[in-house]
Ligand binder design. Structure first.
Ligand code: ADP
Ligand code: MG
Length: 709
């Protein structure tokens, strides 16, 4: 392969020590930069960089024995070689191995290749065999001189990137593996019963002998793969457990609740003003949170519950506990609209009660006028603002709390690691705030055990009473008129409607135009008696809030919007949700959107309008998503299907920036290994802490820090 051979650097690259990572890119060769992009820095990184597939160069086969589609390596004599110019310029050579002949064709070629394939030369070629009416053919096969020794092992093929040719990467991995220290961190006596140790597993997986069944390598079922996957899962469990232990060593303010509920407490008063009684699930989860808050170890709890399961009330009650104990609470949401909804609701419930105590609720966002923000910040600093609600502006550097003891994050997966770290920076003295994270997209059990092993999880598995299930209908786009009739019928009954437009273009201006056109179209069709409003992410905040307020008050009956309403918006009178181009949305996003209706007692419906793409069909994954939506309204089932459609990498990637994903283990099939790792991790941390630390460093390196955020 002359093309790639050219970029081989003259001298061998060496790996810089892991302890002192240089500034990105400084003084590095192009190859080193490419290696870094792949996360290949330390010797061990190379050793753990396993092939995605293999090529078998260990055998020469007879041409006559090959079939169409085989990857084959043959040796023969070149009988002719010429460059032709029609229909395209190409090099065509023919080889003969005594059993048959084969034509080799190259559209891009170098003079050196032409020389190599001169008539009479004996060559070894490797490529995919194709039958054609001209006989056997190979397109762009790899060509070598014949007669050199055959390798003993399969040839690894690594996933690579531009600027890093496969042969170079192979060489780097080979020398990294040779240098790497591969002593055992999981000795037999603490729990690995397989015959394969780390060194033999890695050596084998980079260079397997050809006798092994290729399928066991490809589906990762070979015992050497089992060992590597077990190692990886153990590293993940160890680092999460370590994070949990580190947290256990931290201190948080104890927020005790008196054994007998005092009628005069904010908590009791809030319960009394709520227009409904708590569901059993809300009560149970409330108790779990109360128990955590009463301890001096910081709470680190994920509250998951389907859309509409009533997480906000649980959050408000936790806030009340915190305020009863004399501390401050912060509630953050990923978007200003959602934060404003929380604010509206919680102010309604709590402000009168707080006022009696000389306290108040404060509002903080990035778009606020400086004067207002300064006033709010002052109230936060003095402690007068017992509850602070807003976007992540709440934890910006400038905001100083008097005594923050509880932070509640709604839709936690929208918050990044940096923001969670900033939150920890709000500790009062040595006291960390308790943390309650809320999510409407439940995490399937295996994922929760694996990725959130350092979290406690509470689940609201019961919807408030009196809800009627949402009927979901798939409707082809050309039947829009029927949908408009449906809208009219809902409005005639005094109900309201959401109409969601997707992000279609890269440019927000174009999306705004599309949404505007839809608004006009609907306004035309529905007549002057109906008010059709428009909500778009580009609108100024004040305008957005005004539109939301008008919709809440039923001054607007149909709200056309881009996905800004995705999370958390709560208008119980809305009973119909229309989602346009539903095939373009992700499954959990569709479920979230659907959750905006069915919040009151009225029967609700969700119409998923879909339009086939240019190919005239809806893609397979999109069909699976729409089907799941039509078949189930259960958020846990939706999450399970979403995981099935997307796989864990994407499923989590969308929600958790920075969490190192598993490279080798597969949580849907490796549950036994996961169980093994979960059992071993606490034992190992306890009895062999140094080995545990070495194991974590080896597998996660600097990535381990992410998990602790
Ligand atoms: P989510 O879990 O999606 O955040 P919300 O907290 O917004 O759900 O609650 C959805 C709706 O249900 C709200 O209108 C809320 O006031 C109402 N709600 C919450 N708990 C109950 C309950 N126990 N009984 C009746 N309605 C409730
Ligand atoms: Mg919510």
């Amino acid at each position: 392969m002359p093309a790639s051979a050219k970029s081989v650097p003259p001298e061998k690259t060496t790996s810089p020590p892991a302890a002192a990572p240089a500034a990105p890119g400084a003084g590095l060769s192009a190859v080193q930069r490419a290696l870094r992009k792949l996360g290949l820095v330390r010797d061990i990184d190379f050793a753990l960089y396993l092939p995605m597939r293999y090529e078998d160069e260990t055998r020469i086969v007879r041409l006559a024995d090959t079939r169409d589609g085989d990857m084959a390596q043959v040796e023969g004599v070149v009988t002719e070689c010429e460059v032709v110019f029609r229909p395209r310029r190409q090099l065509i050579a023919t080889i003969d191995d005594g059993s048959d002949t084969c034509q080799l064709r190259f559209f891009n070629f170098y003079p050196s290749q032409q020389k190599q394939l001169a008539a009479g030369a004996r060559v070894r070629v490797r490529g995919e065999m194709r039958g054609g009416f001209v006989g056997r053919q190979m397109m762009h096969p790899a060509v070598k001189a014949a007669g050199t020794a055959l390798p003993q092992a399969l040839t690894p093929v690594y996933s690579t990137i531009a600027g890093l040719p496969q042969p170079v990467l192979r060489r780097e991995v080979r020398s990294g593996l040779a240098r790497a220290v591969l002593d055992e961190t999981i000795p037999v006596q603490i729990g690995w019963r397989g015959a394969w140790d780390l060194r033999s597993s890695l050596t084998f997986l980079h260079y397997p002998t050809p006798d092994v069944a290729m399928a066991t390598l490809e589906d990762h079922s070979h015992p050497a793969w089992q060992r590597i996957k077990a190692e990886e899962l153990l590293a993940q469990q160890l680092s999460q457990l370590q994070a949990r232990l580190e947290r256990a060593a931290q201190r948080a303010p104890m927020l005790p609740s008196s054994a007998e509920p005092q009628a005069s407490s904010l908590h009791a008063q809030l319960l009394a003003v709520l227009p409904f009684g708590l569901t059993g699930a809300q009560q149970r989860v409330g108790e779990e949170i109360t128990r955590d808050l009463g301890r001096e170890i910081p709470m680190h709890r994920l509250l998951q519950g389907d859309v509409g399961s009533g997480k906000t009330v649980v959050a408000a009650l936790a806030a009340a506990r915190c305020i009863d104990a004399g501390f401050q609470c912060a509630l953050m949401a990923p978007t200003e609209i959602l934060a404003a909804q929380h604010f509206g609701k919680l102010v309604g419930w709590l402000d009168p009660l707080l006022a009696e105590r000389g306290l108040r609720v404060a509002w903080l966002t990035g778009s606020q006028k400086k004067k207002e923000r300064d006033a709010m910040s002052a109230a936060v600093e003095s402690g007068e603002a017992a509850l602070v609600i807003g976007t992540h502006a709440v934890i910006s550097e400038k905001v100083r709390f008097k005594n923050l003891a509880l932070a509640i994050i709604d839709e936690q997966h929208r918050f990044g690691v940096a923001q969670r770290l900033a939150l920890r920076g709000k500790a009062v003295g040595h006291l960390e705030p308790h943390l309650l994270m809320m999510s409407a997209t439940p995490i399937p059990r295996t994922l929760a055990m694996s990725y959130y092993a350092d979290l406690d999880v509470s689940t609201l598995d019961e919807l408030p009473p009196g809800r009627t299930p949402i009927v979901t209908k798939l409707v082809a786009d050309h039947r829009r008129d029927e949908v408009i009739d449906r809208i009219q019928a809902q409005i005639a009954q005094g109900r309201q409607v959401y109409w969601v437009c997707p992000l279609i273009e890269e440019s927000e201006a174009v999306d705004l135009r599309n949404a505007t056109e839809t608004r006009d179209e609907l306004a035309d069709a529905l007549g002057a008696a109906v008010n059709v409003g428009l909500l778009h992410s580009r609108m100024p905040t004040a305008e957005k809030q005004a539109v939301m307020a008008a919709f809440t008050a039923n001054e607007i009956q149909v709200l056309v919007s881009t996905t800004v309403i995705e999370v958390g918006v709560d208008v119980p009178n809305a009973s119909l949700m229309v989602i346009e181009h539903a095939e373009r949305f992700g499954l959990s996003q569709l479920h979230q959107l659907r959750g905006r209706v069915g919040r009151g007692a009225a029967a609700s419906a969700c119409v998923l309008l879909y339009a086939p793409g240019d190919s005239g069909r809806v893609g397979e994954a999109a069909r699976a998503r729409l089907k799941a939506m039509a078949e189930t309204g259960d958020g846990f089932e939706i999450a399970r299907r979403d995981l099935e459609i997307r796989g864990p990498g994407e499923f989590l990637g969308a929600r958790q920036s920075g969490a190192p994903l598993l490279r080798f283990a597969d949580l849907s099939t490796d549950t036994m290994l996961l169980d093994w790792a979960r059992e071993l991790a606490p034992l190992m941390l306890d009895k062999h802490p140094e080995l545990a630390q070495r194991h974590i460093d080896r597998w996660l390196g600097t990535k381990a820090e992410y998990l602790k955020a």
